[in-house]
Each structure stands twice: as structure tokens, then as C-alpha cells.
Design a protein around this ligand. Sequence first.
Ligand code: GLP
Length: 236
Amino acid sequence: MNFIKVNNYEELSKKAANLIAAQVIVKPNCVLGLATGSSPVGTYKNLIEACKNGDITFENVTSVNLDEYVGLDGSNDQSYRYFMNDNLFDHINIDKEKTFVPNGCAADLKAEGEAYDAHIKALGGIDLQLLGIGLDGHIGFNEPDSFFTAETHVVDLDESTIKANARFFESEADVPRKAITMGMASIMQAKKVLLIANGANKKKIVEKAFFGPITPEVPASILQLHPDLTVIYSEN
Ligand code: GLP
């Protein structure tokens, strides 16, 4: 594991964007696994700038996102599809047809999960997976449990996750109770994993996840087994 401590969010965002840009330069038709949340917003801003400056091109890139709330479609401004369009895709030269987010409104969510995994496989897997980390150690929406789940699946969100994500909604009652998330297989099979975390409130969980025992009670701890993991953390 390459654990990098940086001084602030700007530095974190720059470093993370540089690693993603390097991936895109080395393999212009790569598959990027992307994440939502507040942590990657700065990274995406740097990537937008690099694309606008002509330093990188997303023309041939495919993206697969980690997760989506159940019941929110892409036109809902709290959906992760909307977030991705708004924070990245609308501002870079990626082909939107090649950006994939699980469909949280699919009539059969189990079939949606199976199709999502099959699609990632058909793409040849993920070259670089970007991750944030939840306060309870979740990655994507893989919540603490007594076992790790391999495939893309529907989860009940933990109370702490609902509370943490309520800041994006009008009220806590509006936060969906379920989500569909990529499971550990696609994440762990990614060739490279890059996890970013910032803030003093993430310090404890970062220590637990990367310097504590590997346990499904701390879902991110499984990443310790990944052969090419970079973690960038800023306490500020
Ligand atoms: C959400 C997302 C995760 C994200 C996490 C942390 O629940 N599903 O993918 O990593 O929150 O979010 P933030 O970066 O806002 O702390």
C-alpha cells in the first residue's frame, strides 16, 4: 500500500487528479471506476481543468460508477447520475454513452446488478478505481456487515450513512433508505485502486481501515489485500 499524507484538500485533489490523468495518458481507452461524495469534487475539478487545457482527453475513456440510490432517476438532482454529469461529465469530452451508473430505478434490481457486473467484465475490468470512504468504513455503499459481498447488490443504508448524507437533501426523511452498489469483486479486481479521504473526522476510520484488522465490519479494510492500492489522506 502506498499511503500518502498531504497537508490539505487542494493537495489531495491535485495528487489524485494527477494519478487519474496518468492512467488516461498511459491507456487512452481505459476504464475508470468513479465515485461520488464530497471527497472527489476537487479531483474532478482538476481533471476538468486538465481536459480544458488539452493536457488529457477523455474521448476514448469508459467510466463505471460505484453506486446509485434506489428510486432516484438521473433527472433527480440528488441521484449519483446527476452528480456525475454535473461535477464531471458535462465539462469534459467523454462520450456520455460510455459513462455507466447503476440504474436505481430498474424494475428488477437483482438483474440490474448481474448485468452491471457482466458489463464490467465485458469491458475487461476496471483499470483504476477511485474511492472515498464513509465514516463507518463503507466503500461504494458496501456497509459494515458480517461478510463481504462480491457482486453488485442492493443494500439497506446504515443509520449513520443516512445521517451523514442528509446534508445533501432537504431533510433526513428524504434520504433514500436503499442503494445499489458495486460489490467487492469488481472493486478488488480493478488493476489500481485510489482511495481519497479528508478531514479530521475521517482520521479514526482511515486508521482502522488501513492499519487495523481486515474485517467486513470495516469494509474498506479489504483493500489492504489489493496489490496496487494508493491512499491519499489529508487531516485538514
Ligand atoms: C457516500 C458514497 C461513497 C462515498 C461516501 C463518503 O455514501 N456512496 O461512495 O465514498 O459517501 O462521502 P464523502 O466523500 O462525502 O465523505
